[in-house]
Design a binder for this molecule. Structure first.
Ligand code: R5P
Length: 298
């Protein structure tokens, strides 16, 4: 029985990498599904499926960066596939959005990570993602009612550090980043430190540096799950350099890069390394082999 992979048009490149990565795995059998997805002149979504999905397993590839434009077509695509007879319809979302609003920080706010989980669970049969922002939620299964599996980019990130950085010191810019920083450092076989960050608003943070001055001979590698405005990385790098360390490599799983953040970071002389969960010139870490292996057991 064919298992189909349908990708959003802007993710065709990642879909090809995924299918190519499967080529080296035994018993992998996903094939590219054909569909037309476009907007009507009034902005509504048009979807037409060209592959025969009856009784088949189907995966949709859609990273959820800038999610509000993608969610309606995603849900309509999932419903169309099921309506045409697909047996199971899953979602591969290398970047899973709406994970940071995981509590009501201020009275009256929505806990949108929970609502998003409910919405996706209502339209899909399974979810596969990479390093979702699990902080106050420790497991996706706490909010998703479908099987929701999170993979981690720790190994490929550590491999990049081992191959490219001399005498690395991994630094997590805040306590939330500790889970990634510690795991990446252990896998890379290098020391690590976690700093204290205070956030004053969407675009304003300060960072404290307890022990890092012991590491002036090392190359700092800042490791976080997400770079959004880049302020966390820029502020941390400035403090490290003021403390006498050299310019850090800034590494994150997901380069969200709001408001021209990548250019901003580059203007500050920072080297930026991200995975291809969101396509960007800073991508150096390929997640396709990781996801292709995981697809063997969905
Ligand atoms: C925070 O919860 C995340 O782990 C990142 O530290 C944060 O999203 C980075 O944001 P920004 O790039 O806007 O400072």
């Amino acid at each position: 029985m064919t298992t189909w992979l349908f990708s959003f048009p802007e993710q065709a490149g990642f879909a090809s990498q995924l299918l190519a990565a499967q080529g080296s795995l035994p018993a992998a059998g996903w094939q590219q599904g054909d569909m037309e997805m476009r907007r009507f002149p009034d902005g509504e979504s048009y979807i037409r499926i060209d592959s025969d999905v009856r009784q088949c397993d189907v995966a949709i590839l859609c990273q959820l960066h800038q999610p509000d434009n993608k969610l309606v077509p995603l849900l309509l695509l999932a419903d169309t596939l099921r309506d045409l007879g697909a047996r199971r319809v899953g979602l591969i979302a290398p970047y899973l959005a709406y994970m940071r609003q995981d509590k009501r920080f201020r009275a009256g706010e929505g806990v949108t990570s929970h609502y998003m989980a409910r919405l996706l669970s209502a339209h899909l049969d399974w979810l596969l993602t990479v390093d979702p922002h699990l902080h106050r939620i420790s497991d996706l299964q706490q909010i998703y009612s479908i099987p929701a599996r999170s993979l981690t980019a720790v190994e490929p990130m550590a491999a990049w550090i081992r191959a490219h950085v001399e005498r690395p010191l991994v630094i997590g810019p805040d306590s939330e980043s500790e889970q990634w920083a510690a795991s990446v450092a252990r896998a890379a076989g290098c020391p690590w430190e976690v700093l204290q960050k205070t956030r004053f608003g969407d675009r304003s943070v300060t960072v404290s540096l307890p022990h890092v001055t012991h590491y002036r001979e090392h190359t700092p590698v800042l490791v976080d799950d997400i770079i959004s405005t880049g302020k966390t990385m820029i502020q941390t790098a400035a403090h490290l350099q003021a403390a006498g360390l050299c310019a850090p490599v800034c590494m994150a799983v997901h380069g969200v890069f709001a408001d021209g953040a990548l250019a901003d970071m580059q203007q500050h002389g920072l080297q930026v390394v991200t995975s291809n969960s969101i396509a960007d010139p800073s991508n150096k870490i390929d997640l396709a082999p990781l996801i292709a292996r995981a697809l063997l057991s969905v």
